[in-house]
Every structure is written in C-alpha cells, then in structure tokens.
Design a protein around this ligand. Structure first.
Ligand code: FAD
Ligand code: SF4
Ligand code: SF4
Length: 481
C-alpha cells in the first residue's frame, strides 16, 4: 500500500480540467472535464489512508472513502464502484455537486496539513461515470418479488434514493411527482453547467428499467389525495422538497421584471432539455441583453447569476447583505461566477426596487451594510451604515431561499405534524411522521438543504419502511397460521 498510496508529498492536488471562462459562458455544459485514467489513479493515490478517516465523518452518507480511493489508485475500478455505490445511490451526482469544501474534502487530513485535499468528489464521479460507460450498472433484479408496495411522493433525490432501496428489496414502488420529469431540483433547479441533464435522466431510466413505476404530472393534494395513496400502498414516503419562495419585502418588489429564482431556473433548464417555454421566448424569463441583479448569497443565487451570464446578459450583479466569508453558498461557485464575469456587491441589502412610470424595474436601491454583533446562532448580523447606492437593472431575480409549503393543508391531513417553520416532523430514528406508516425525507424534513442529505434521509426512511412492511408481513403470516 505504502508505494501506491500516501503520494500527497509527491503528487500535487489537481482537479479535472476546467474549461476557460469564455468557453463555458457560451453554453450550459459542465465546466469540469473528466480525469484521464492516469490522473484519477494519481489523485486517488494521494490519500494517506487515515486510521480515523475524517473525510468519512464529513460525508453525510459515511461513504467508505479511503477504501474506494485505494481501489481506484490500484486501477480496480469495478471494485471501487461496488464499494462506493453500496452507500450512495447516485455517487456521480454527489461527486459533481456536493459542496465538498464544506463536507468530505474540507476536513481531509492532508488538507488540514496544508497539502491540499484529496479530490474526493472528482474521483467519486470518475469511478461511477466509468461504471456507466463500462456497463457495470444494470437494472436491479431483486432476489424475490414482494407483493407489498410503497408510494413515494416526490421524484427528487430523497424520493429516488428511497425508491431504489425499496426496489432492491423487491417491493413494488410507485413514485408520484407533480412535474413532467423525474429528478426534482436535480432536473429543474440545478443548472446543466453543474450537473448535465442526461446524468439525471440516466438515473430515472435506470429506475424505470428496474421496475419502479413513475406517475408524472400527478400532484398529491389535488390530482390524488394522501388518503388515496395510504389506501393504495402499504407505506408512503413524503419527499416533496420545499418550494414556497421567500419574498422580497421592500417597496417595488412587485414591479415587472422582478422574478422568483426558481421560475427563472426552471425555464432555463426546460429550454436546455429542448422544451418550448413561452415565457422564455417572450423574453420575460430570458436575461439576454439585460442588466441583471440577483438578490441572495446561496446556491440558488449562484446558479441564477451564472445562468444569466450564459443567456447573454449585458451585466450581472449579485447583492448579498453579509460579506463573502459569511455567505451560505459554496466559495468554489463564487470563484467560478467571478471568473465568468459576475460582479458581487457584498454587504448590500436591497431597500427598494425603483421602477419606470409603466411599472417596469429600472434599478435596485441598496443599503451598504457592515457586520455587527453575533446573533443567537453566533452569526454576525448585518447592520446599515446609512449609505445607499443604486444598481441599474432590467431584470431582478429574488433568490432568498425557500420555505416548506403548508402540507397539512395541501394534503388535507391536519394530523400531519409540522414544526414552526412548516417542515414535517419525523422520529429521526425511523423517519416516520405523526401519521402511522407515512414517512418523510429530504428538504421537507430539514428545510432547504443538500442533495446528499436528501439521499441519506431517503435511504434511512426506506430501511424503516422495509422493517415495518416485513413486520406486517410476518404478523399476517402468524395470524393466518
Ligand atoms: P426536491 O429535489 O425538491 O424534489 C421534490 C420533488 O417533489 C419535486 O420533483 C416536486 O415536483 C415534487 N413534489 C412537490 N410537491 C409535490 C406534490 N404535492 N405532489 C407530487 N409531487 C410533488 N444541493 C447540493 O447538494 N448541491 C448543489 O449544488 C445544490 N444546488 C442547488 C441549486 C438550486 C437552484 C436549488 C433550489 C437547490 C440546490 N441544492 C443543491 C439543494 C438540493 O437541490 C435539495 O436539497 C435537494 O434537491 C432536496 O431533495 P428532495 O428530494 O428533498 O426534494
Ligand atoms: Fe463527499 Fe458528497 Fe461524495 Fe460524501 S457524497 S464523499 S460528501 S462528494
Ligand atoms: Fe484519505 Fe483525506 Fe480521507 Fe485521510 S481524510 S483517508 S487522507 S481522503
């Protein structure tokens, strides 16, 4: 091992090749290429095979990172893929879009010792992209078919992970989704330059080929009720994500040209998928030739600014009320955005949208902020300095975060318990909600979070759903004897 691994003093950290800012700003393709086989082996060999692997602690899925890095360094990619896919239903997606700097890579021992982290995410992506290319990923054939069934509401990463885990055990699984495609925010939220759409569609096709049934264009709460699903299935999972956009509370926020981020991103993603989107064609959801201001500092804001660049905006400015160090989005994405030409106005809080006589947005007035005392969470609150400034704008995108929808009302189930922010309450040991046999996973439980956490919840919920269905099956057998 010693020869093959621990190469971090000899081999420098390297990411797969990143396309130039000019080239990537002209399309919606991913910005990073793939490692060559030699580069993947070399990068994996930098791992020091820590006795206590902090990287694994930093990964919500507790991925067995040192083992698959060692196998990858030895060129044993099929084994590496088997180890990697044992704990993760979509490693190639996590490898692309996890904020690794805040998870596995941020606490890698060799990063802490100043040598630059092992590029865990890129190796993970390489291993599973290779598995797809080599045909190692085949439709699931459960050891036995079971008659019991699960209904899953939501085809985002939480619902998809649960669907796969249950199907592997032989259950009949139906996934219901309000959208016309599977993937949730993987397909309609996150843009192609972070995650190409065929990577997501390939996962959906894989599940379909494995026997998972999808009912698209089916909104639970209007097209079908939660009660219907509880009657039709032995168990139900709620994995509906969070979609109530936080609004901009300032004068003029209803002006023409002020848009919710997800409307904007969904339209752009649909266009990338080849759909005809009228609001894009009319220009309402197209930034081409416009001065765009995006308000917010999270992942959604970063995706909006970079989408606007690719649509050919005249200028793109991001306003965020705290500073760069205190923004919630990934630093890597800010750097990518800056390279692509986005201007960041840190410590800037919108005070008013200024519009024309016809009610069209023409500028955003912002207060210059400074960081004050830490709040209860320890984060420094921004306070006004008294200075204001205007940024000219033809389009303003509100990317201020999302809250859960009112699910008890939507599902007409007042006994579905939610917390004070509207997130569904679960028993974290089982992910079961206050409704017996109904489980929940992903953003609808945690509030807006990450793909990798949704996958973790989906897997945990599936395990508990399996245990409950197996217990019911055994109880039925005993009763019949
Ligand atoms: P979702 O992905 O939201 O899926 C929920 C699904 O449920 C949707 O398909 C929806 O149509 C369906 N649904 C909702 N209500 C109903 C209903 N009543 N009936 C039927 N179906 C319903 N995370 C990262 O880790 N990395 C990133 O880079 C990243 N970037 C992001 C960028 C954007 C723009 C956004 C908005 C989020 C980003 N996230 C990122 C967060 C991540 O996408 C979410 O945490 C994750 O998708 C949550 O998964 P989920 O399965 O809980 O919900
Ligand atoms: Fe890192 Fe995410 Fe992969 Fe875990 S799933 S190893 S956090 S990239
Ligand atoms: Fe390897 Fe870093 Fe994990 Fe240690 S913390 S096992 S060096 S990837």
């Amino acid at each position: 091992m010693a020869e093959r691994m621990l190469q971090f003093t000899k081999v420098s950290r390297a990411m797969p090749q990143k396309r130039s800012a000019k080239e990537r700003a002209a399309d919606f393709r991913e910005i990073y290429g793939e490692f060559s086989p030699d580069a993947a082996q070399a990068q994996a060999s930098r791992c020091s095979q820590c006795g206590v692997p902090f990287c694994q602690q930093g990964c919500p899925l507790q991925n067995n990172i040192p083992d698959w890095l060692k196998l990858a360094a030895e060129g044993r990619l099929e084994e590496a893929w088997r180890v990697s896919s044992a704990t993760n239903n979509m490693p190639e997606i996590c490898g692309r879009i996890c904020p690794q700097d805040r998870l596995c890579e941020g606490i890698c021992t060799i990063e802490q010792s100043g040598h630059g982290t092992v590029t865990i995410g890129s190796v993970e992506k390489y291993i599973t992209d290779t598995a797809w290319a080599e045909g190692w990923i085949q439709p699931i054939k459960p050891p036995r078919e079971r008659s019991q069934s699960a209904g899953i509401i939501g085809a985002g990463p939480g619902g998809l992970a649960a669907a796969e885990q249950l199907r592997r055990k032989g259950y009949q699984v139906t996934v219901y989704d309000a959208y016309d495609r599977g993937g949730g925010l993987l397909i309609y939220g996150i843009p192609g330059f972070k995650l190409e759409k065929d990577v997501v569609e390939r996962r959906i096709r894989h599940l379909e080929a494995s026997g998972v049934a999808f009912r698209f264009n089916t909104r639970v709460g209007s097209d079908v009720s939660l009660g219907d699903l509880r009657s039709a299935h032995d168990t139900v999972l709620i994995a509906t994500g969070v979609y109530a956009a936080k609004d901009l509370k300032c004068p003029g926020s209803g002006s023409e040209g002020v848009l919710p981020a997800l409307d904007y991103l969904t339209a752009s993603n649909k266009v990338s998928l080849g759909d005809k989107v009228e609001a894009y064609e009319s220009g309402a959801l197209n930034a081409e030739g416009k001065r765009v201001v995006v308000i917010g500092g999270g992942d959604t804001a970063m995706d909006c600014v970079r989408t606007a660049i690719r649509q050919g905006a005249k200028s793109v400015t991001c306003l965020y009320r705290r500073d760069r160090a205190n923004m919630p989005g990934s630093q890597r994405e800010v750097q990518n955005a800056e390279e692509e030409g986005v201007v960041f106005e840190w410590l800037a809080n919108p005070e008013a949208i200024i519009d024309t006589k016809g009610g069209k947005v023409k500028a955003v007035r912002a207060s210059r902020m400074k960081l004050g005392e830490p709040d209860a969470s320890g984060r420094q609150s921004p306070v006004k300095t008294g200075e204001t400034f205007d940024v000219k704008a033809d389009m303003v995108i509100k990317a201020l975060g999302f809250d859960p929808e009112d699910l008890p009302a939507l599902f007409n189930e007042p006994s579905l318990t939610v917390n004070r922010w509207g997130a569904v309450r679960v028993d974290y040991a089982t992910m079961e909600t206050s409704l017996p046999g109904v489980y929940a996973a992903g953003d609808i439980v945690r509030g807006a979070s990450l793909v990798v956490w949704a996958i973790k919840d989906g897997r945990d919920a599936a395990e508990a759903m399996h245990k409950a269905m197996r217990a019911a099956e055994q109880a039925a057998k005993v009763a019949a004897e």
